[in-house]
Write a protein that binds this ligand. Structure first.
Ligand SMILES: Nc1nc2c(c(=O)[nH]1)N[C@H]1C(S)=C(S)[C@@H](COP(=O)(O)OP(=O)(O)OC[C@H]3O[C@@H](n4cnc5c(=O)[nH]c(N)nc54)[C@H](O)[C@@H]3O)O[C@H]1N2
Ligand SMILES: Nc1nc2c(c(=O)[nH]1)N[C@H]1C(S)=C(S)[C@@H](COP(=O)(O)OP(=O)(O)OC[C@H]3O[C@@H](n4cnc5c(=O)[nH]c(N)nc54)[C@H](O)[C@@H]3O)O[C@H]1N2
Ligand code: SF4
Ligand SMILES: [Mo]
Length: 851
């Protein structure tokens, strides 16, 4: 039988394991998938130089989603560069683009469907996966869906989405809907929902920002390391040098990041105290009279009455494009002096005063950046609002050299399956969603709507407690929640409770380990259709991915193709609506043909969504194309350049203004409270906030919640992304492991925690020592790196290592021993509840010992 086992990590044995009995091994394809693909492509070693071509696609290594061109020769992807047609990043790139090649040609990739043969589930239990055919795999999923329909339990089907392209609305949203389940659960609450909350409740935009770094004079970053992470790393990497010539940069982060290393100033703040610093800066800006008058307005007589600890008469100030400034001052800011902030945030009064002067001098050509690090915290919502309000005060919103929204992209949405839902499905859709969104303690106020957002990490709890119910079928797509979610082990336990778990994945991951069926996924960048958007340099772009090399195995397109295969099987059993939806709504916009294969439906879906961009008859704005073929070849559409100040007094907030006193949040909280027959104070309490009364509607100080008794867990953990992390997906590549010293304080081929020599000496820890880090949640092992670039009292560790599955390089021993430690086994499953986000940061107490 064509199977492999845990022992098969040994590269020399790998090829010989075929037929070695029913145990889970790595080379699940039988022959090396690379060899197979080369066979298909007719590859010869005598290929002549320059006989290939550059093909457009998109990198999905991080949320920058850069448009790329890949050099393809004889069916092999050999080289990658930025897409010259991009107005956002052009040909530039970040340091991790090439790792995509090693992901694509990873010999440990799953290359055909496999079925679990061991009914027992656990980390130490070999699933004993054995290959099965695609037909059998799809039939098995159809069996499970039909059984749910027969028992009127279609709501017990749960689709989990990790990373994705816009086409995932087929598999996750609409396919789930048409089979009658409300449970289309995305990873957004593990990603950065609290960030969007900060913009929404001040300027009415549930989205991310771009920063006009060409014309700026001052960049103040709260935890963002734009040379490593965040959005549009390629553009910022290529332009940052020029920016440093023209502007000053200050990085607030307990950790000395790559960007801090290039900045004018590094402010190693006490974790979780960015709100205090932000409020003190806002206070100082007002006291100095430095707010941007053309945006905010002024006192009627031009005399500044913002004096510390003194109220201001609202009638004396005439606000222009903002709302509630004086109210905010009187209720919150007047007491937020630098003296008040200093002991909280650990940044001196003098430094705060100096920063404020710099901001005022540079305004409105300033920009305040904010990362997940300061917002995805237990009480992070008001920090997100505070820091964005600073942009408002300084007039940086929608301004040259300031902070911009993403330009809009006039693409179509994926067609809805709503009208295809039958009676059984409609009953299923009435059930509460599995993630508890909208409950009193989970407002998840996406776009101001109670329960409008997702609470991804609550799903594990819901499964464990069978509340609101125990799902029977879980389909995981492009996700690895038993690795990527705080309190990761809860997911392992939860998945053992579910009857049937399927996973669509390129690699046998920590999530796959608990699955019953694995479907091999195409690599997102090289083997399938897809759509991504990004923004920077005053433009937005939409770019596509397309299949450009033969797939590494028996692989079908996943976001549209797999639902189409399942729908065909369901139709053969008399449940025709899913197939009706897919065949009727996904016709080729050029020929009107219905799809006949997984690849075709994905291509048609790509054409449907992008048609307003490439069809000359539908032209709206931005780049022009003669038709689909030209667009496909270029692979990218660019928007019009940014229109500055167009949104001033036209924001999508309750008052249409930029809100310092958020009427928008007030409305949202009051509606949520009313739904639960309580007041807003009770909502604050249920969500773990300390505010009472009107403070709930304004940026204000919230003390960070500390996990773990300081006596037992004296140090604070600072989690961060490595420059080489392509989310949780790059760890099985040599180019990742061999180059990790690209991060300040890190080492090649090691998983290090960076500890200040002051703390290390007190603990008797030397550089290179193996250490154990323990929190209330769990323990991990890694290596100590003594590094002055962490604030004493904190320990910084990149997320990304600690895989115990995924492949022979990612783990020490596949399925048996982790390589380094996974930070998510230390982090508690905590939440920022107003957005539904998981809380990865703040004050996470840990103990560090020599192992
Ligand atoms: N401690 C800590 N945890 C974090 C973060 C952090 O900074 N620190 N970051 C968080 C953030 S911002 C995010 S967005 C989440 C991401 O977390 P997830 O959404 O869970 O995504 P990944 O961990 O990248 O896992 C994706 C999985 O999909 C499969 N896969 C890999 N490549 C492909 C492919 O090309 N196609 C398909 N179909 N499947 C593939 C593999 O099984 C892989 O494990 O992680 C979060 N977790
Ligand atoms: N290299 C790389 N880049 C990526 C990704 C990746 O996997 N790898 N993933 C992409 C994804 S999915 C997302 S969502 C974005 C997220 O990008 P960002 O929103 O910018 O967030 P992170 O980099 O996750 O934020 C963590 C940062 O906050 C700092 N930090 C931690 N605690 C605190 C604190 O209390 N105060 C302050 N001031 N700083 C703190 C950490 O040192 C770290 O620099 O990045 C994207 N870019
Ligand atoms: S990893 Fe991110 S920044 Fe780097 S090329 Fe890919 S999408 Fe762009
Ligand atoms: Mo993310």
């Amino acid at each position: 039988m064509n199977v492999i086992n845990k022992e098969s990590f040994d590269i020399s044995r790998r090829r010989f394991l075929i037929g070695a009995g029913a145990a889970t091994s790595l080379a699940l394809f039988g022959v090396n998938p690379i060899v197979k693909a080369m066979d298909k492509a007719g590859y010869t070693t005598t290929a002549s130089v320059n006989s290939g071509q550059w093909v457009a696609t998109t990198c999905n290594g991080c949320t920058s989603f850069c448009a790329k061109q890949v050099y393809v020769q004889q069916g092999r992807a050999l080289h990658i560069r930025g897409n010259e047609f991009s107005k956002v990043h052009g040909t530039s790139s970040c340091p991790r683009q090439y790792i995509a090649l090693q992901e694509q040609y990873d010999p440990d990739r799953l290359a055909q469907p496999v079925l679990r043969t061991n009914p027992k589930k656990g980390r130490d239990i070999d699933p004993q996966f054995k290959p099965i055919s695609w037909d059998s795999a799809i039939a098995l999923i159809a069996d499970k869906i039909m059984a749910l329909r027969e028992s009127n339990e279609t709501h017990k089907y749960v689709a989990l989405r990790g990373r994705y392209s816009e086409l995932s609305d087929v598999l996750i949203k609409n396919f789930t809907q048409v089979i009658g389940s409300p449970n289309d659960i995305t990873h957004s609450a593990l990603c950065a929902e609290a960030d969007k909350l900060g913009s929404f409740f001040t300027e009415g935009d549930w989205g991310y920002r771009q920063y006009d770094i060409q014309d700026t004079r001052y960049i103040l970053s709260f935890g963002v390391d734009p040379l490593s992470a965040n959005r549009q790393v390629s553009y910022y990497c290529s332009e940052w040098g020029n920016t440093l010539d023209k502007a000053q940069v200050a990085i607030v982060d307990p950790r000395y990041s790559a960007s801090a290393a290039k900045a004018d100033e590094w402010l190693p703040i006490e974790p979780g105290q960015d709100g205090a610093l932000g409020l003190a800066l806002a206070h100082q800006v007002l006291v100095l009279g430095g707010w941007h008058k053309p945006f905010v307005g002024d006192f009627n007589d031009g005399i500044n009455r913002f004096i510390a600890n003194r109220d201001v008469d609202e009638n004396t100030f005439n606000e222009l494009h903002t709302h509630g400034l004086v109210h905010w001052w009187n209720s919150v800011l007047k007491t937020c002096t630098p003296e008040w902030a200093e002991p909280l945030c650990g940044i001196s009064k003098q430094q705060i005063e100096r920063l404020a002067i710099k901001l005022v001098d540079a305004a409105p050509r300033v920009q305040i950046w904010r990362s997940r690090g300061v917002q995805m915290q237990h009480r992070g919502a008001y920090t997100a609002m505070t820091l964005h309000a600073l942009n408002g005060l300084l007039g940086a919103i929608d301004q040259e050299g300031g902070v911009l929204k993403w330009n809009s992209v006039p693409a179509n949405k994926i067609p809805s399956s709503k009208k295809y839902v039958d009676e059984i499905g409609a009953n299923g859709l009435k059930h509460e969603k599995i993630d508890r969104r909208g409950r009193l303690e989970f407002p998840a106020l996406k776009e101001g709507k109670s329960g409008g957002g997702v609470v991804t990490n609550a799903v594990a709890q819901s499964i464990l407690e069978a509340d609101p119910y125990l799902p029977k079928v879980v389909l995981g797509y492009f996700n690895n929640f038993s690795f990527s979610a705080p309190g990761a082990k809860r997911w392992e336990e939860a998945l053992t409770k579910v009857d049937f778990v399927a996973h669509i994945t390129t690699n046998v991951s920590e999530f796959s380990w608990y699955a019953d069926l694995l479907l091999p996924a195409p690599h997102f960048m090289f083997e399938r259709w897809g759509i991504q958007k990004t923004s920077g340099n005053r433009y937005s772009q939409l770019s596509i991915t397309q299949p450009l090399v033969p797939a590494m195995g028996e692989i079908h397109e996943d976001e549209c193709g797999i639902p189409w295969l399942i729908a065909k099987e369901l139709a053969s059993r008399g449940f025709t609506e899913p197939l009706d939806y897919l065949t009727q709504e996904f016709r080729d916009p050029e020929t009107g043909k219905s799809p006949t294969s997984p690849q075709e439906i994905a291509e048609y879906a790509t054409k449907i969504v992008t048609q307003p961009l490439w069809d000359p008859q539908m032209y709206k704005s931005g780049d022009r194309f003669s038709g689909w073929e030209e667009f496909r070849q270029k692979g990218i559409w660019n928007s019009e350049p940014y229109l500055f100040r167009a949104r001033w007094s036209h924001m999508k907030t309750a008052t249409k203004k930029f809100e310092f006193y958020s009427d928008t949040l007030k409305l949202a909280l009051e509606k949520h409270a009313k739904k639960h027959h309580v007041g807003v104070d009770e909502v604050m309490q249920a969500t773990g906030y300390t505010a009472t009364g009107e403070k709930a509607f304004m940026p204000h100080y919230e003390p960070p919640f500390r996990y773990g008794d300081p006596k037992q867990y004296p140090l604070l953990l600072v989690d961060h992304k490595s420059r080489l992390n392509r989310e949780g997906r790059s760890a099985n590549t040599p180019w990742y492991q061999n180059n990790l010293d690209i991060d300040p304080g890190s080492r090649k081929n090691a998983d290090v925690a960076k500890i200040n020599p002051i703390d290390a000496n007190a603990l008797g820890i030397q550089d290179g020592d193996p250490i154990t880090i323990t929190s209330e949640q769990g323990s991990i092992h890694c290596t100590a790196s003594l590094f002055e670039g962490v604030r004493p009292g904190t320990i910084a560790k990149a997320y990304g290592q600690g895989h115990w599955a995924y492949g022979r390089i990612a783990s020490d021993k596949f399925g048996a021993k982790a390589r380094g430690g996974n930070n998510n086994e230390l982090l508690p499953p905590a939440y920022e509840r107003l957005s539904g986000s998981s809380a990865f940061y703040g004050q996470i107490g840990v103990r560090v010992e020599k192992a």
